[in-house]
Design a protein. Structure first.
Ligand code: PGA
Length: 242
């Protein structure tokens, strides 16, 4: 089973997500035979969360891009895990590089969010990745090990976890790393976790490079930003995944 997850980021209104869902559901149904080996998911922004509840009979996964690490209280402007549970959310992105760099999310905070999620049936998709400087200084493995170990600190059972490897310098600019680099990273993550946790790749995945990425034989799928925003193109991408 492979995953194709769309991260809409801050790009669609609730009305746009509604029509996207209509198109996506139809296209998945039309291509059901060809897509039987792939789970397709979308993560719109918080204002669309209730659409998950409305579409509880859906043929795709519904996720969120972030969550707060407390269940309730005086946290103006934040969204509780209780909201995600009530809306029947399937997965939540945790520690996306934009959250880390623009909103100061630390590994400690990410650890709190994952601990929280591990007590529910909602799958955390933990995003990790090195910066260009770290890559050039040969620090990729040290950085990833630190991100994973601190995110999973004191979490004994992470069977409900997905990891997305997203080198920061490849996000949103059309560049992907060498396939051999991704393969080495995925093997490294598996060796750290001693298990079969699904590992996705994210960063400029598109119809232009999906065939190259598909040659990385140990990947379990992709986390896609820009190329997920059009439902028809997103399904085209899904149809190229073996
Ligand atoms: P991109 O974003 O596909 O637009 O590069 C990927 C991500 O940030 O998850």
């Amino acid at each position: 089973m492979k995953y194709l997850i769309g991260n809409f980021k801050m790009n669609k209104t609730f009305f746009e997500v509604e029509s996207y869902i209509e198109a996506l559901s139809y296209l998945i149904e039309q291509n059901a035979n060809k897509l039987s080996n792939i789970k397709i998911g979308i993560a719109p922004s918080f204002d669309s969360t209730h659409l998950s509840y409305i579409h509880s009979n859906r043929n795709f996964l519904f996720g969120l891009q972030n969550i707060y690490h407390e269940l309730n209280g005086a946290y103006t402007g934040e969204v509780s895990l209780n909201v995600a549970i009530a809306a029947d959310i399937d997965f939540i992105l945790i520690g996306h590089s934009e959250r880390r760099s623009l909103f100061n999310e630390t590994n400690e905070l990410i650890n709190k969010k994952i601990s929280h999620l591990e007590k529910t049936r909602i799958t955390p998709i933990l995003c990790i990745g090195e910066s260009l400087e770290e890559f050039e200084n040969n620090q990729t493995f040290t950085v990833l090990e630190n991100q994973i170990k601190s995110a999973l600190k004191n979490i004994e059972d992470h069977k409900n976890l997905i990891i997305s490897y997203e080198p920061v310098y490849c996000i949103g600019n059309g560049i992907i790393p060498e396939a051999s680099h991704i393969k080495k990273v995925v093997d490294f993550i598996h060796s750290l976790l001693h298990d079969e946790t699904p590992i996705l790749y994210g960063g400029s995945v598109s119809l232009n490079n999906i065939d190259i990425l598909e040659q990385v034989d140990n990947l379990s799928g992709y986390l896609v930003g820009g190329a997920s925003l059009n439902a028809a193109k997103f399904i085209e991408l899904a149809l190229r995944i073996k």
